[in-house]
Design a protein. Structure first.
Length: 154
């Protein structure tokens, strides 16, 4: 029983990635602790970057891989109460982005944009900065899906 009690919380962390993705697919993007001004900025920036990623030919599966690693960092930040581990996870995402950009030219824009968004999160010790980053990434993924579907309807 004690072995199960130890393993279950760790297993639950991994299930949040597909659940979060499904929530985004159903349009359940939640803005939690953001001010109205911050939420508007997240919305506008997410819209612009999501559309740009579609224009550059970034596929849903390419973006989903990146978003999965970001959700891991968010889980470490929120559920494990480990901002330092979340920062390390985000820092280690940067080489993965560079590798993806080296393999596929369309991922260069993703590498540049997301790396630039990660840098201030890693440098600052602000929970607010980290929360903004996670909400912005949700918005980017949501708008990418919107514009990708819209493109497919044309």
């Amino acid at each position: 029983m004690s072995e199960l009690e130890e393993k279950i919380p760790k297993a639950l962390l991994w299930i949040t990635v597909p659940i979060s993705w499904a929530s985004l697919q159903r349009g359940e993007l939640a803005m939690t602790t953001l001010t109205s001004e911050q939420a508007q900025k997240v919305n506008n920036t997410g819209d612009r970057i999501g559309e740009m990623f579609v224009e550059q030919g970034v596929s849903t599966s390419q973006l989903r891989k990146v978003y999965g690693e970001i959700k891991q960092a968010e889980n470490e930040f929120k559920f494990e109460d480990s901002p330092e581990q979340a920062k390390r996870t985000l820092l280690l995402l940067k080489p993965h982005l560079a590798y993806a950009a080296a393999r596929k030219e369309n991922m260069s824009v993703v590498n540049k944009k997301i790396s630039n968004l990660i840098d201030p999160v890693i440098k600052n010790n602000s929970s607010e900065e980290m929360e903004l980053f996670f909400r912005l990434m949700e918005a980017i993924v949501a708008y990418h899906a919107y514009y990708d579907n819209k493109k497919g309807d044309s």
